[in-house]
Design a protein around this ligand. Structure first.
Ligand SMILES: C[S@@+](CC[C@H](N)C(=O)[O-])C[C@H]1O[C@@H](n2cnc3c(N)ncnc32)[C@H](O)[C@@H]1O
Length: 441
């Protein structure tokens, strides 16, 4: 079967997606910066990137689909077997290379970088070559490197928190990865049981070099605050269940002063949250606009009768049985007017027949052919997280259908699906009443 027509279609998909992405950049009044420029574009910290994320999903899916079609298969195997990206990034962060190069657009010679980092120069040469070939840092002259737009996101105080993320991914999430096959065949010990594996994952707060609490590692991940802020009803009550230090709610509270927000998490996490909020938003507890209520969601329901219950990155940490316990507790707190919003990296089917079913039933967009219906490589972040959940918690990301089925076993009825580009939101109401199923989103 000839694939030539697919090549043409993929080129069009790439071109369309790139055009849409450029339009999103220009909405902020500035062109797309060249990759070589160490500049921060206003879009980098924007809170409404849904259209950009959707365009990038298509772009990545189509670019890699095309490459995989045109390259001999052995290329694929070689490339995907020998990938040192995580180790290279962690090395750059630990050695503080981005900071060392800060304010030096003319760059710094490898010998001086080696001196400043204490790393052996021959190895550093290999590290910098590999990173620069992946567009992180730029070689401005022979053996002389400078920051570019990507490497400067590794600054320790970057709003993107990227350097914390490299720590989290490479240390906490990848424990046991080298022996994955052995664990898979071991009936007694699971890879997620590796000691100390996930303790750090739930210590969400981060501290700056002065030891002060800062917003969490995950701030930059789910910055969809603006869309929520636009759709939540005025003066409503909003309960952030498993809030962490409140990375999401902190931004929401600033955008929507009319909301009454309750953060619920384990007591020690809320201690950190209080410390952070009193620094970032000292007036938040005035008039009890924001309250902090400890909760063990496996055992007790959250505060009663809220308009919205919100759970971001909670369900994917738990097995089906535990999710059922958590959701049943939430449902017990819900009134007839309440809605539960679950934000996760939901998976879409890779099979067009099954995908078509879910698309029609839940209103999910399928990728255009010849892409896989879930955008293939464009969905890689979701699948990487799925695997990370397996490695760390023996848990998983779920398809929309799986999540709806699980929620329904906790007597929650599906109302609406919202595609955020990388993540998605599922809205539920209690199935225990005869209320109208009108969406609150
Ligand atoms: C993956 S984090 C998500 C944090 C936050 N929702 C966010 O998106 O930034 C999971 C959160 O669940 C909290 N958690 C874990 N077990 C809990 C329990 N039994 N009761 C309440 N919260 C719990 C953790 O403390 C952590 O803050």
């Amino acid at each position: 079967m000839s694939g030539n027509a697919d090549v043409d279609k993929l080129v069009v998909l790439i071109s369309d997606a790139a055009f849409e992405a450029v339009v999103e950049y220009q909405k902020y009044g500035q062109d797309v910066p060249a990759l070589s420029c160490p500049v921060v574009h206003p879009l980098d910290s924007a809170t409404d990137l849904i259209k950009l994320r959707r365009a990038l999903r298509q772009l990545e899916g189509a670019c890699r689909h095309l490459y995989d079609m045109l390259a001999p298969p052995v290329e694929y195997i070689g490339k995907n077997t020998m990938d040192f990206g995580p180790v290279l990034l962690r090395t750059a962060v630990n050695a503080g290379i981005a900071e060392i190069l800060e304010g030096r657009p003319q760059g710094m010679h490898l010998l001086h970088i080696a001196e400043a980092t204490g790393l052996p120069e021959p190895k550093l040469t290999q590290i910098m070559r590999a990173l620069a070939s992946r567009n992180c840092f730029i070689e401005v002259d022979t053996d002389t490197y400078a920051n570019n737009r990507i490497s400067q996101a590794l600054f320790k105080d970057s709003e993107t928190r990227s350097c914390d993320y490299t720590w989290l991914a490479v240390t906490q999430c990848h424990y046991g990865l080298d022996s994955y096959w052995e664990f898979l065949n071991n009936k007694q010990v699971d890879v997620a049981d590796v000691p100390d594996n996930y303790k750090g994952l739930w210590s969400y707060a981060r501290r700056n070099s002065a030891g002060e609490l800062q917003d969490s590692i995950y701030t930059a991940w789910g910055k969809h605050v603006r869309i929520y802020s636009q759709v939540l009803s005025p003066y409503s009550t909003f309960c952030d269940i498993g809030s962490g230090v409140g990375s999401f709610s902190l931004h929401l509270a600033k955008l929507r002063p009319d909301l009454h927000i309750t953060l619920q998490d384990q007591p020690h996490v809320l201690d950190d949250a209080l410390q952070l909020w009193s620094k970032e938003f000292p007036d938040c507890t005035l008039d009890k606009r924001v309250v902090f209520e400890p909760l063990d969601f496996l055992v007790h329901p959250p505060v009663q009768g809220q308009d919205y219950y919100y759970m971001r990155a909670i369900v994917h940490n738990w097995t089906d049985n535990d999710v059922r316990r958590i959701l049943t507790n939430v449902r017990k707190a819900m009134g007839a007017h309440s809605r539960l919003l679950i934000q996760e990296y939901s998976l879409a089917p890779q099979n067009r027949k099954r995908g078509a079913g879910e698309a029609a039933r839940y209103g999910i967009q399928q990728a255009p052919e010849p892409l896989l219906p879930n955008f293939g490589w464009g969905a890689s972040r979701r699948h990487n997280l799925d695997f990370t959940m397996q490695l760390t918690f023996n848990a998983k990301e779920r398809t929309v259908g799986e999540l709806i089925e699980l929620a329904s076993s906790a007597e929650l009825a599906f109302v609406k699906f919202l595609d955020l580009g990388t993540a998605s939101v599922l809205e539920f109401q209690s199935a225990r009443k005869d209320e109208s199923s009108q969406s609150r989103l």
